[in-house]
Design a protein around this ligand. Structure first.
Ligand code: NDP
Ligand code: 2IT
Length: 449
């Protein structure tokens, strides 16, 4: 998208000059800021009080050493970090990612996106993101435990149930959350809801595990409903086979879709009969093995040694649920040529700007991550409410709340897109609707923060 507003151009240029290596962060702010042009014309106070300059600068960044010992007694050192990005509308809230690619630029892009996503949920949560370049893959349980304990030994000084409430993300699931929670409780002598995504026996919420994936499908259901359509009989491809992908695939199947392909970072499986999601759960959640294993128990299914191959499979609906920039212009072109009609982002920023532009130009319905995957953090906030009230919610209550939240998000971003002249552009609608609440809170609270 062309940027006309000179102030926005200058702000982006300054960020690129200051931190030239943070490419994902530049991508994320570029997309948000250029959606805001018509809003800034209507509300000049955002520029007068430098809300844009303030909102792109994290409130606080903590970077720390995490040393831990492997099973053979060898000492390793990783880097941990937590970016407390914006607390104008609530305590810092957002996931922790353990993946070798983690660096400040990736954490900043995720923390920045989280500001608007959390605002869209309608709940009182600010934004934070953190993690480490530690790779849990191939490590024993005891190694993961020692790493998590060391990580939390430092992180615990910076977080708290009313300050900063981390959760999971790539490489951080129930096992890691459990080890981190245990260490927090031990060190602080305090049983509080300081992490979300906890196990059900120690404060976790029913349906948090399912929430991001289910939420994405409820969101897509709204997009389809607007076109008088449903999931019934649609072919669906879902990249990834982690927390988000598994529960997105499960709900798509429950609503009548046929999921024909899933992937991991090594490759993808195609099953023309429809993916058996229980097998994927067993391979990924229980055995912690590779998606390739699927073909052993499902004769007739095929494995391709390249995760990007998933975008060459003919599908009505494509749901990228693995990682950032996994779906590029070339993949978008192939999807369009193969008749794909709807793309919705389960992962954070999985589509490149060029891919999104192609989808929009070719009238492929497009649901952005900030809205589509907001169900996870929204339901984390219900977990916080459950912990504070000491009163448990049922699965059905949480699922009903999730559906209500996802429907509202869709309605609000669609309305914002129409109000600001961005018809058929839910990306701009999400950016504007998410921004306004946070920007107004920042204005109301004065310029010192
Ligand atoms: P998981 O760790 O559970 O799963 C990640 C999946 O993505 C795995 O299948 C993994 O494959 C694949 N993957 C990771 N990195 C790459 C890569 N570089 N290239 C190809 N595939 C890759 O994470 P989640 O499911 O929790 O997260 C997936 C996405 O959803 C992320 O973008 C995350 O930020 C986002 N998200 C997560 C939420 C949550 O509640 N968990 C909420 C909102 C968004 P492999 O095992 O081979 O690494
Ligand atoms: O990207 C995300 O929204 C998450 N990883 C979930 C954050 C949360 O606090 O539940």
């Amino acid at each position: 998208m062309q940027i006309k507003n000179k102030n926005i151009k200058k702000i982006i240029e300054r960020v690129v000059k200051k931190d030239p290596l943070e490419k994902e962060f530049h991508q994320a702010i570029g997309e948000v800021l250029c959606s805001l042009e018509p809003l800034l014309e209507k509300c000049p106070e955002y520029e007068d009080f430098a809300v844009l300059e303030r909102i792109i600068e994290p409130e606080r960044t903590v970077i720390f050493r995490v040393s831990w010992m492997d099973d053979k007694g060898k000492v390793h050192v990783n880097r941990g970090m937590r970016i407390e990005f914006n607390s104008a509308i609530g305590p810092y809230k957002g996931g922790l990612r353990f993946h070798p690619s983690v660096n400040v630029g990736i954490m900043k892009f995720l923390g920045f996106e989280q500001i608007f996503k959390n605002s869209l949920t309608g709940l009182p949560i600010g934004s934070g993101k953190g993690g480490s370049d530690f790779d849990p893959k191939g490590k024993s349980d005891t190694e993961v435990m020692r790493f998590c304990q060391s990580f939390m030994t430092e992180l615990q000084r910076h977080i708290g149930p009313n300050t900063d409430i981390p959760a999971g993300d790539i490489g951080v699931g129930p096992r890691e959350i459990g080890y981190m929670y245990g260490q927090y409780r031990r060190l602080r002598n305090d049983f509080t809801g300081v992490l979300t995504g906890k196990g059900l026996s120690y404060g976790g919420l029913l349906a948090r595990k399912e929430a991001t994936g289910f939420g994405l499908i409820y969101f897509v259901r709204e997009i389809l409903k607007d076109k008088k359509d449903t999931f019934e009989g649609k072919t669906v491809t879902v990249s990834g086979s982690g927390n988000v992908a598994i529960y997105a695939a499960q709900k798509a199947i429950e609503l009548g879709g046929k999921v024909v392909a899933m992937s991991d970072s090594d490759g993808c499986v195609f099953d023309s009969k429809g993916i058996d999601i229980e097998t994927v759960k067993k391979i990924k959640e229980v055995e912690r093995k590779r998606i390739k294993e699927y073909t052993k128990s499902h004769l007739g299914s095929k494995y391709y040694e390249n995760c990007k191959g998933i975008w060459t499979i003919k599908t009505d609906i494509a749901l990228p649920c693995a990682t950032q920039n996994e779906l590029d212009e070339k993949a978008a072109k192939t999807l369009i040529e193969n008749g794909c009609r709807l793309v919705a982002e389960g992962a954070n920023m999985p589509c490149t700007p060029e891919a999104i532009e192609l989808f929009q130009k070719n009238s492929v319905l497009f649901g952005p991550a900030k809205a589509g995957n907001a169900g996870g953090v929204a339901i984390s906030t219900i977990e916080m409410a459950q912990n504070n009230s000491h009163y448990p919610w049922t699965f059905e209550e949480v699922d009903t709340k999730l559906q209500e939240i996802m429907t509202n998000i869709y309605k609000n971003i669609k309305k914002a897109s129409l109000d600001y002249g961005f018809e058929n552009n839910l990306v701009a609608g999400a950016n504007i609707a998410g921004f306004v609440k946070v920007a107004d809170a920042m204005l109301a609270q004065g310029v010192s923060h």
